[in-house]
Design a protein around this ligand. Sequence first.
Ligand code: FES
Length: 337
Amino acid sequence: EPRVATINPLGVQITVDGSQTLLEAALAQGIAFPHSCTVGTCGSCKCRLTEGRVSAITDFGYTLSRQELEAGYILACQAQVKGAITIEIENPGADLPAPEVFAGRIIRTDDLTHDIKAVTLGLDRPIDFVAGQYADITAPGLPARSYSFATAPERGGRQEISFFIRKVPGGQFTEKLFAGALAGAEVSVSGPHGTFHLRPGEAPIVCIAGGSGLAPLLSLLQHARKNRVRRRCVMLFGARTQADLYKVEQIEEIARDWLPSLRFVPVLSHEPAESGWAGLRGLVTDHIAATLPEGDRAEFQGYMCGPPGMIDAAIAELTRLGVPLPAIHYDKFTDAG
Ligand code: FES
């Protein structure tokens, strides 16, 4: 049986040979198939299998949620095609800028919490990116690390870019950074990567951030405000204690002139009982139901960044509340050292 894949909504057919992945075949045949890592970890090449069968080179379940697997989502970069298949991709040819390599220098670091720093780099030339995307940063002699842009993009590109970096005990890169040993260091920056971004439309938005996962959502909200996006928004931010909350004033400032309304809801999981914190406690995902207005939950688009456990719980909760799975977008963060 010939291996043929029909790619919707483009309506094009490609042939896939036995040694190729679905993504390789699509790219070789000139399709602008969304992708980034090509090794099954970023989720950019996620698409829905609507007919036929594929086999997985590495288990899709490492990257996709149970709900996505059940709905037929696959990773094109890890899929080998059996016979004839039909898939559906989102946002075909999405106009995300092509990645390039830049020379940069660490020009500033600011403490956000006891273990998260905002790190600002100066680049040799402006970089064009979409709010929500990330870049790979490599300091000499250290492994590359992926971090999301924490500021909004600028027309014509941005030459100063910032990231929020959490210290990982024992981590080669972050230990050096937090010890101040990388001040002024020359780094190489490759990007932008990833497909996490605000989808167009009028739909109300629910954002859920955990820990250092605030960066891409802050970028997205700043960009949306700058462009006068008028969509109702709920922003949940989960942290351990009050000392782990950061950029709260900036979020509140965005909320003040956001139309028609932005509701900001911080949730603390480990705040001491006697601290006087009057806000919500527990896991951020336990407060989604009470925060999303009943009645029009099915209208929402979800945008989430944080640790894998939080993302999985949030996807389960949002789908339970009636938010459609294709309207849920996320970026799983594992703080790498
Ligand atoms: Fe397939 Fe990253 S490109 S998971």
